[in-house]
Design a protein around this ligand. Structure first.
Ligand code: ATP
Ligand code: TZP
Ligand code: MG
Ligand code: MG
Length: 265
């Protein structure tokens, strides 16, 4: 059975501490997929919610000290209860504050999957890469080598997205080539992807790497179909159709269109 089917059958609760730009889009995307979103950051309740969830997704997009404490409380509770934790280090490297916060988060909890653009992932592990706000800048480094290095350092699955996505646990590496450039023209498509990875991890039974690779490929397939259906219209129509396709793509359509390559080490 595909992980997609498991997500839809299990309807996992996904606890999100996320940014103000994408909260609504992320909740709607998770619902469309078949997961159950819970957006909450109050210190009084985050540990309780994390403990009852199938996954916790931490996103530093519009961070402040209150939210960071929320993330520490939720992440540590998730670790105590064996709940997987996804970290989206939005804008790491853009400011010293963001970079330092990501270092604090990864040092105080065990992350299950780190998902970001190449510049963000580089800065989380102390490497350099050009960055422009929350978007990756140009760079000519070896993205796969960086992902493997980060996975070994953080002992987690690392997902670097872009035109092609790299997903690795440091030993086995997949390259996912589904997706569409129009994804770069809608804010929050990276953030929603991190939440979708959380839903797949929640339904994975511990097969983190394979579930993450399927999440990325599924997400890219939904985007390809939505882009094709709205190619005469604009990005607003794409955004709506993309939510439709997160609900409509079947395991059979996914299997036909999925482009996942396992790299030889
Ligand atoms: P950034 O801020 O650098 O855009 P992000 O957090 O928005 O980063 P992306 O790297 O844009 O995250 O990834 C979000 C989704 O968009 C992923 O599914 C990825 O595969 C897809 N994607 C990004 N760029 C392209 C592209 N040029 N062609 C096809 N798909 C893409
Ligand atoms: N500013 C702070 S968070 C955010 C913006 C525009 C959303 C970034 O979302 P994504 O998924 O990285 O494009
Ligand atoms: Mg993007
Ligand atoms: Mg992002």
């Amino acid at each position: 059975m595909s992980f997609l089917t498991k997500v839809r059958e299990n309807n996992p609760l996904v606890h999100n501490i996320t940014n103000i730009v994408v909260a609504n889009f992320s909740a709607n995307g998770l619902l469309a997929l078949g997961a159950s979103p819970f957006m909450a950051d109050a210190h009084e309740e985050v540990a309780e919610i994390a403990a009852m969830s199938g996954a916790v997704v931490l996103n530093i997009g519009t961070l402040n000290d209150y939210a960071i404490e929320s993330m520490l409380l939720a992440g540590k509770a998730a670790n105590r209860h064996n709940v997987p934790v996804v970290l989206d280090p939005v804008g790491a490297g853009a400011t010293a504050y963001r970079t330092e916060v990501t270092h604090k988060l990864v040092s105080q909890m065990q992350i299950t999957a780190l998902r970001g653009n190449v510049a963000e992932v580089a800065h989380v592990v102390g490497e350099r890469w050009s960055i422009k706000g929350v978007d990756a800048g140009a760079g000519d480094g070896d993205v796969t080598a960086l992902a493997v290095q980060a996975a070994l350092k953080l002992k987690c699955v690392v997902i670097i997205t872009g035109k092609e996505d790299v997903v690795t646990d440091g030993r086995t590496t997949y390259v996912v080539s589904n997706g569409h450039p129009v994804l770069t023209r809608v804010t929050g498509t990276g953030c929603l992807l991190s939440a979708v990875v959380g839903a797949f991890l929640a339904a994975s039974g511990g097969a983190w790497l394979e579930a993450a690779a399927e999440a990325l490929s599924f997400y890219g397939v939904a985007a390809e179909i939505a882009a094709n259906r709205t190619r005469q219209q604009g990005v607003g129509s794409f955004q709506t159709e993309f939510l439709n396709q997160l609900a409509l793509v079947t395991p059979e359509v996914y299997a036909e269109r999925s482009r996942v390559q396992r790299l030889e080490q």
